[in-house]
Design a protein around this ligand. Structure first.
Ligand SMILES: [Zn+2]
Ligand SMILES: [Zn+2]
Length: 313
């Protein structure tokens, strides 16, 4: 019976580098011995115990506790660590608010394209993927640096970000939150309209040990929104909390402009001329982010969303 939970950390396989799936002996085909399954529920990804193997915990006969006898003969009930551990990780995953459509995305099922096509450029995607995976696997302590994934649309950045949060929550039980940048902006806009306190609004994402922000810099923003985001990033920076981000924008690129830029100016930030992350959210926030994160720049990767498009003749 002891082996029931023991081997769940064993799988080290991943498909990212076009490694072929290796058949692995599993007891439960439903959850591949993870003891949990994930599913979409309304807007968010959720997890629950695998009904095919952990509906009934064999360690505690489904009771949730064991009776332990002390040397003096006194018997007391002790919580079953095996199912408490799984339940804790499930609860942490459910609080992370990963998008529903990404509920099953992990490093195990990350592929640059659905069908391996050697003619498609993958650039440095396999390297970045193994880097991200190793960082997630080795992430044991808080106060670790995050990763800023920079790359074009459709290069798999969000999948990688989700896979990191999935691993940290479901495998390590670390508290984390995922947020889309445009969603954050619209929440802030609504808060501003009802004159809510910005610090209260962002409290949850200010203090969470690990925060993932997807599509940083996307969407129109105003000075007030930028000041709240500055407050968020500054507080996380001061507390040495870990933040992971993705962005479609290069960090700096003023080369295309023949004039000095003013990122303190909302009109410029929202103009079509603002094409870098610094243009869009200001140099102050970007310079903080650079200290909090390592840069992972995806280069030479083709857009996976176009993989199924055939040329029409
Ligand atoms: Zn199962
Ligand atoms: Zn149990």
């Amino acid at each position: 019976m002891k082996d029931f939970f023991k081997d769940r950390k064993a799988p080290q396989r991943a498909n990212y580098g076009f490694i072929k799936d290796t058949a692995r002996q599993v007891d439960c085909a439903t959850c591949l011995d993870n003891r949990y399954v994930t599913f979409p529920h309304q807007d968010y990804a959720q997890a629950k115990r695998c009904q095919d193997c952990l509906d009934y915990c064999p360690e505690c006969s489904g009771e949730g506790f064991h009776f332990v006898q002390k040397p003096n003969g006194y018997r007391y009930a002790k919580e079953c660590e095996a199912c408490r551990n799984v339940d804790h990780r499930i609860a942490v995953f459910n609080k992370a608010r990963l998008p529903a459509r990404y509920h099953d995305r992990s490093f195990d099922n990350f592929r640059p394209h659905e069908n391996f096509d050697p003619t498609r450029p993958y650039g440095n995607l396999p390297d970045i993927t193994s880097y991200a995976m190793n960082r997630a696997r080795e992430f044991y302590e808080e106060n670790e640096k995050g990763i800023l994934f920079v790359g074009d649309v459709g290069t798999g950045k969000t999948h990688l970000l989700v896979a990191i949060i999935r691993h940290l929550t479901l495998e390590k039980g670390i508290n984390a939150r995922f947020i889309e940048f445009t969603h954050l902006l619209s929440q802030l806009r609504a808060a501003y309209d009802r004159k809510a306190n910005a610090s209260d609004l962002i409290k949850g994402i200010t203090e969470v040990p690990v925060l993932a922000i997807d599509e940083l810099g996307k969407g129109r923003n105003n000075d007030w929104q930028i000041s709240v985001i500055d407050e968020l990033i500054s507080k996380r920076y001061n507390r040495s909390l870990t933040t992971f981000c993705t962005t479609n924008y290069p960090l700096h690129s003023h080369e295309h402009l023949m004039k000095p830029v003013d990122t303190e100016n909302a009109a410029f930030r929202n103009s079509i001329e603002s094409r870098s992350l610094t243009d869009r959210i200001g140099s102050r926030i970007v310079s903080r982010l650079c200290e909090m994160m390592d840069l992972a720049e995806l280069k030479g990767v083709s857009d996976y969303r176009k993989r199924d498009f055939k040329t029409v003749r």
